[in-house]
Design a protein around this ligand. Sequence first.
Ligand code: UAG
Ligand code: ATP
Ligand code: API
Length: 502
Amino acid sequence: MEERRAGGFLVDARRRAELKYMKDMWTKLVRAVAKGLMVRSDSRQVKPGEAFVAVPGVGVDGAQYIPAALEQGAEWIVAVPGTVLPEGAQATLVEHENPRAALGSLAAAYFKTAEHGMHMVGVTGTNGKTTITYMLEHVLSANSHRVGVIGTVNCRWPGFSVDSSMTTPDCWKLHEIIANMAEAGVDTVVMEVSSHALDQDRVAGIAFDVAVLTNVTQDHLDYHKTMDAYFEAKARLFTELPRQAKACVINVDDSYGRRLAERCPESVTYGLEAAHQPSMMGQMQSCTSCGIHLRVEHGGQSWEIDSPLIGLYNAANLLAAQGAALALGVKPRGLKTLEDFHGVPGRLQRVPNEKGLHVFVDYAHTPDALENVLSCVRDLDFARVLAVFGCGGNRDRAKRPLMGEAVCRYADVAVLTSDNPRFEDPEAIMADARPGLTGCVQVIEKVDRREAIAAALGAMLPDDVLVIAGKGHENYQEVKGERHHFNDFEVVKEILGEAVTC
Ligand SMILES: CC(=O)N[C@H]1[C@@H](OP(=O)(O)OP(=O)(O)OC[C@H]2O[C@@H](n3ccc(=O)[nH]c3=O)[C@H](O)[C@@H]2O)O[C@H](CO)[C@@H](O)[C@@H]1O[C@H](C)C(=O)N[C@@H](C)C(=O)N[C@H](CCC(=O)O)C(=O)O
Ligand SMILES: Nc1ncnc2c1ncn2[C@@H]1O[C@H](COP(=O)(O)OP(=O)(O)OP(=O)(O)O)[C@@H](O)[C@H]1O
Ligand SMILES: N[C@H](CCC[C@H](N)C(=O)O)C(=O)O
């Protein structure tokens, strides 16, 4: 047998022939998919003649469903090297080191993703993704782009909107949405890219023109285990070919942002702190309950933005949106349209009421977000700060006491309750958060979220402010796999005995 040394390994002729065969089969499969062959990653959906990609899942290995896919009539199986099809199987096996990435390539071939010629913008980071996508949609639409948005709240384009169940949809679905957007005449897609999605190659097959990093603070350690692994998942959007974006917009006020910027020397770096020498520098002229007045310097030019949004973190979000818009060719004078941007549903959204109470609904569900939103209202002209919060079940347990600490630091009254307990015991989740509340001025605990909101409203005095955190736009409470209708905004209005008008 002929043997040759290659890259330090012994490669025999048979293996080389096998590799060539696999490459040919892969090319044949991609061609067939480009012509309309359907690909499934769920065996239950396979129809005769189709292809099945066996994805090594987080919970279960898709390879165990190969026999089921064959029974359903799959004629192509894509699986990791070393997979053996059951005896007598008629299907063609195509080996791929990374079936999730293979699924992305096949989806791109099926939906002709690269041919649409759309601008693709990906926004990642622990907090601020949704806010920035809304800002970008606003400024780009005002500058003659036809924008489609994919994110936590919904997936939308002019004349169409559907609620989301995930921040970043599964790979095949994502390519399908992009194809639908192209058909509807969208020229720019602005999407949130979660760390889960990056880790699971849900954005495989998509070439980003612009990538934005907002910040990396504690969340999702149940999944990523360490902050470093969490950061590396996010970094894939910026540094890993072929996902690598052409223009990178990075927040260097954040320490992980600074780390990422070192790996992306050409990036637009933004920040509010001169010490970090951002290429796009924001200088706060004022930040009050009336809004933000921001001066921006970039590329030898400077301009000012007067935004009705409140909170220092929104100044950072405005910088991110501007950096991405500039990268897409918007001129500084076109950025002025951000002054008419009035906010995102469920993000520091006021609940107007006849009693004149200062009540806000917000989506803060991480320690950093709570810190940001509560410090923001603390600095405004209210008397006491009251905060209702809970921690999500089947998510990062380690963030729970830290969320409590963040609330304790800024709230005079902390109201601990439930927020999507999922498959966990809500009382046990509250017990995890409780240690963070030691030393709080006043703590109220109510496992039932409606009762918690009622208690907080009942404890309010006229000049107080109440932030109901964690659910934002969500209209459900998820318990044991079931979503029960629940919306903080509506619940406040119901408790106050008022009709919901917006
Ligand atoms: C924990 C997690 O992230 N799970 C994601 C993961 O699922 P998985 O790998 O565990 O899939 P699995 O259920 O084990 O199945 C493995 C494979 O076997 C296949 N299968 C399964 C059963 C069967 O009979 N036949 C069959 O072929 C499945 O179709 C799958 O391809 O891969 C799936 C496909 O992409 C995702 O839908 C799924 O997201 C679940 C639903 C989820 O809730 N994820 C959350 C945590 C999430 O991703 N959240 C982020 C937002 C985070 C944030 O920033 O706040 C998001 O982007 O939404
Ligand atoms: N730049 C920011 N830095 C820190 N906190 C922020 C920032 N922007 C928004 N927040 C806080 O985080 C909450 C969630 O904001 P947003 O929905 O924009 O983030 P997200 O990254 O999309 O969150 P998710 O990944 O859970 O969908 C807001 O309600 C606010 O409390
Ligand atoms: N995308 C986030 C949303 C959390 C929202 C909050 N209400 C919760 O349930 O913890 C997650 O799935 O972790």
